[in-house]
Write a protein that binds this ligand. Sequence first.
Ligand SMILES: *[C@@H]1O[C@H](CO)[C@@H](O)[C@H](O)[C@H]1NC(C)=O
Length: 91
Amino acid sequence: MRSFVLLFLASILAVAMAGTACGNQGLLGASRPKKFVGECNRSDSKGKRSSHNCVNAGGTKYLCVLSGQATCIEGSAKMKKLDMEGGECFL
Ligand SMILES: *[C@@H]1O[C@H](CO)[C@@H](O)[C@H](O)[C@H]1NC(C)=O
């Protein structure tokens, strides 16, 4: 499981150079009972932002849906580097 997550993050990094468009359909927990993915907690949501704007707004976590798979990215340095859009920002 852990190696899968790392592999997945590596594949995100590979396409991150031109900026990555996340396929988030809505906010976490808005249409489903699920309130969190990993450390991304609905209670801490700052709404949809680009990962850069999220960091500027004080966010430290970012939820990005790619190919139907939601991943919670942690850490402002990683979020800046990944340069994502359309994802959800969390404190
Ligand atoms: C999410 O945050 C709420 C409010 O702080 C807390 O009650 C809940 O336990 C948290 N959930 C997880 C999975 O951390």
